[in-house]
Design a protein around this ligand. Structure first.
Ligand code: NAD
Length: 430
């Protein structure tokens, strides 16, 4: 063992090129030549691009991109790229979409395309009075904000509305200013953050307050995407399936422990499209969960009912701050391609497609849970993952996965034993 203590204090690491950083990490973690070569292979993301996207780059992480088929959204058929490491996610969307394709697919809409930036003002002795003093300056505030982003204004976006709230905190009242901005085809974080930072000193001056945080809110409740869909009773397997699914929804709505997993299922679909299109998964996830708790208790993002005809009707509404421009959307070549495959022309269309995918994902998860259980559908692909983890390669993967499923034991220990048996049988020529 190396006697020199390892140090994570690597002066100038960020100034090295990718090869230099790989060498440095290799010394620290005793990586061999093959491991270094693996890191250096950045696949279809050119290294110089990756190096500009984030800091201290040493490699890239490839995640499979699958295509969700069967989706008809607002009368338009779409192929939807999904980037995910989780098996069954893409298949679940395809299945749900197939079961409602003939009855019209998904109908979507959007509450608006507005982002909120917050400015925090503390130390105001007369918060209610200050609130009105700020509101009276709306015209000036509009001008200051719009001057930050002439491109956005030229495209029809920019400042739309001013909101000033007085909130109670453990440190006393605070004045919170909301700048409400139409960010058009951008997610808009940078756009609105710039406005908040530009405005803050003025707000402080007008109120005598100390301006502190200046940043967007990910609870983008002025940018809520909605999808609804009808699944015909006959297409989903009848009343008992429908009632099981409704019971699953009622459980999620009543119990945060269940709601977290119910919403995680929705996010399986949402985050996969958000990631494939180069958008910010954490921004959308933060918005989703905050929205799910908007009634004071965490609940289901979706609602499910039986229609007058007895069909199953689902609705999903959630903040969807995604863009076609900004962030990695235009920079990452795979994200650009994903947007081309999707064929969306506006950020609003993208948001609406994504929320339809979320609803489809939710349908499939609830249906599986209410009928055969989630593991059955997962097993075939999961078995392949376990087979690979046990060391299977090439044609062995499929072969071993089938053995594991047939034995009803998709476990590492079984996989290792079966792989050994398989190889012994092959070596023995049987
Ligand atoms: P951006 O600043 O890269 O691009 C947006 C800008 O592009 C606009 O301000 C405008 O000037 C210009 N533009 C050109 N054509 C446009 C069009 N058709 N529609 C709208 N604008 C157009 O991107 P952004 O969307 O402001 O910021 C997104 C990035 O911010 C993401 O990478 C996100 O990860 C990051 N971010 C997120 C958070 C958060 O969510 N809390 C915080 C900080 C940064």
């Amino acid at each position: 063992m190396d006697a020199t203590p390892k140090s994570s204090r690597i002066a100038g690491f960020h100034k090295l090129d990718i090869a230099g950083r790989i060498d440095s990490v290799a010394r620290f973690a005793q990586l061999d030549a093959a491991e270094k070569a693996h890191l250096a292979d950045t696949g279809n993301l050119p290294p110089e691009l990756a190096d500009h996207m984030i800091e201290n780059v040493v490699g890239t992480l490839n995640i499979p991109v699958g295509i969700a088929t069967n989706l008809r959204i607002d009368g338009c058929d779409r192929l939807v790229p999904m980037a995910t490491e989780e098996s069954s996610v893409v298949a679940a969307v395809c299945n749900a979409a197939r079961q409602c394709y003939d009855s019209g697919g998904f109908t979507t809409s959007m509450s608006g395309m507005l982002m909120i930036a917050q400015v925090q003002l503390t130390g105001v002795s007369d918060p209610q009075h200050a609130r009105l003093r700020i509101l009276e300056r709306e015209a000036e505030i509009r001008e200051l904000c719009n001057a930050c982003d002439p491109v956005l204004v030229r495209l029809g976006g920019g400042f739309r509305e001013l909101e000033v709230r007085v909130i109670d905190t453990i440190a006393g009242p605070m004045v919170i200013v909301h700048l409400i901005v139409d960010t058009r085809d951008a997610m808009g974080a940078n756009a609105v953050n710039t406005m908040a930072e530009r405005l803050a000193p003025h707000l402080a001056q007008w109120t005598g307050a100390t301006s502190r945080l200046r940043i967007l809110s990910n609870l983008a409740d002025r940018r809520v995407a909605r999808a609804r869909c009808t699944w015909k009773l006959a297409d989903i397997g009848g009343e008992s399936v429908r009632d099981g699914m409704l019971a699953a929804y009622h459980f999620a709505e009543a119990d945060p422990y269940r709601a977290a997993t119910h919403n995680k299922g929705i996010m399986n679909g949402i985050s996969a499209v958000v990631l494939a299109t180069g958008n910010d998964t954490r921004a959308v996830e933060a918005g989703a969960h905050a929205y799910a708790a908007r009634k004071g208790r965490y609940g289901s993002l979706s609602t499910w009912e039986a229609s007058a005809d007895g069909d199953l009707v689902g609705v999903l509404e959630m903040p969807m701050a995604v863009g076609l421009i900004g962030g990695a959307t235009r920079v990452h070549p795979t994200a650009r391609l994903a947007l081309k495959i999707l064929g969306v022309d506006t950020a609003e269309q993208l948001a609406r497609v994504i929320v339809a995918v979320g609803l489809a994902q939710n349908f499939s998860a609830m249906k599986a849970l209410a009928t055969s259980g989630i593991q059955k559908g997962h097993m075939a692909l999961h078995a392949q993952n376990i087979a690979m983890m046990a060391g299977a390669t090439g044609p062995e993967v499929d072969l071993l996965a089938r053995v594991l499923v047939a034995k009803g034991s998709v476990r590492m220990d079984t996989a290792e034993a079966e792989l050994a048996a398989l190889r012994a049988a092959t070596a023995g020529g049987t």
